[in-house]
Write a protein that binds this ligand. Structure first.
Ligand code: HEM
Length: 140
């Protein structure tokens, strides 16, 4: 489960970066919002939700959850344990909530510019949150 979570993360990052860059470039060039843009946003939503499920499944069987249950204050005092047991899961869930809000908000927008703007803001913020709390040293 940990390995799947680790490999799936590449897919999440690549597709999310691509969707955010596409939204910003399309906004700047005043492009039309096409089926391709819709599918990109939807694919990012699906890929990140799958990562959420894999992450949750791994979390509850991981040593980090057990450590948190056994001695929460010791976990909070140690930065690596705190990152893996608390910060990473919480911030990633928040990021996926932002992606979900962005997806549903974009559907209500009526102009191409507003649709791209919604993706740029919500998916962009999610990307920043994700980048801020990936355990980089464990990953590479
Ligand atoms: C967009 C969402 C997410 C991304 C991109 C992501 C990415 C990653 C990456 C790159 C690692 C390091 C993997 C490694 O050590 O090889 C990791 C570890 C971990 N993730 Fe996530 N994650 C996400 C969501 C979640 C969620 C929602 C949870 C739990 C609720 C979670 C729980 C964990 C745990 C417990 C680890 C520690 C693995 C270990 O060293 O035992 N992740 N994640």
């Amino acid at each position: 489960m940990k390995n799947i979570h680790s490999y799936w993360a590449y897919l999440v990052l690549v597709i999310l970066i691509f969707t955010v860059a596409n939204a910003i470039i399309s906004l700047a060039q005043k492009k039309k919002f096409t089926d391709k843009d819709l599918r990109l946003g939807l694919f990012t939503l699906i890929v990140s939700h799958i990562q959420l499920l894999i992450g949750l499944a791994w979390y509850f069987m991981s040593p980090w959850y057990k450590a948190l249950k056994a001695d929460a204050s010791a976990v909070m005092k140690e930065s690596t344990a705190r990152l893996l047991a608390v910060e990473h899961p919480t911030v990633m869930i928040l990021a996926i909530v932002l992606i979900t809000i962005g997806w549903s908000k974009h559907k209500k927008k009526t102009t191409d510019t507003d649709k791209f703007k919604t993706f740029a803001v919500f998916y962009g913020l999610a990307l920043l949150l994700i980048l801020s709390r990936i355990p980089w040293s464990n990953w590479f």
